[in-house]
Write a protein that binds this ligand. Sequence first.
Ligand code: SER
Length: 337
Amino acid sequence: MRKPGILITGAGGEIGHGLVARLAGAGRPIITLDVSALDGALAPLVSREFTGSITDASLLDRMLAEFEVDRVFHLAALLSTRSEFAPISAHEVNVDGTLRMLEFAQRQGESHGRPVLFVYPSSIAAYGLPDLATKRRAGRVTEDEYLQPTTMYGCNKLYCEQLGRYYSRHYKQLSAGAAPRVDFRSVRFPGLISAVTVPSGGTSDYAPEMIHAAARGAAYECFVRPDTTIPLMAMPDAIEALLRLAEVPRPQLQRTAYNLAAFNPSAGELRDLVVGLFPQASVAFRVDAKRQGILDTWPMDVDDSAARRDWGFAPAYGLQRALHEYLIPTIVPRGRG
Ligand code: SER
């Protein structure tokens, strides 16, 4: 008898931290797959921890033989800045790895006869606006506009949204007896800000780095111009969105990829807020022209009305509430501890 469970890849990452903590104790065993061992706070929360790569076919075969999985949260990825330095590795992890996970889900579904829910975080990086004037003019973009990403990571995310749609709706459409067994659902996350972890290798990292540095009373050099504006979101809303999307009856979903938005201060507005809150903090701007160039292609805001309509997405945290009720109370005591 195989053991039942929910699989989380990339469980040791920023989203994984929040998701594992939320799902632990909810009654369903959690299985994790991450390239690094989980930290001491997370490891006791999971039933079985696999340390390895999503690109390791024999490891996935072993997992298939041992576990009956009906839900996959596929979080493992190389983020956008890191991916630009290693595009081949990015493609291997972000695309080949996702393909293997979709195939894993399909084979799981074939083995137990039920669709396997596959929840996938796509990204604001899926967009690519051609220049700043267009970015300013475009405002809130819908899911189907400006899909010409300039980064390897953005290309990977956009393509994997399509792969997921294929596995969900058209898998082996010419083969007799084959049927899709994957129920793929994805969200395009804005830049995420966690109070518990700091990101590494992303391009939206200036926002969480600035807040964490300020909370420690440390000086921070922001690598983007003060007018830089992209959508951002507090991590609890991101976790809630993944869980809510996973619960919606499938007929309600008119799309396989949904925009999400919460707040979108410019880097300068964020600086003013955090320096106001932490008087010992200081933020200087020292622009990295290349990372700036990437952010200039990401929209200022996104239209998330499809997510609100189809599955009731409604973020709990605006910027003020995120700072006062989540980030500051959580970061500051940890910093002291
Ligand atoms: N936060 C991510 C990054 O900057 C975007 O998905 O790469």
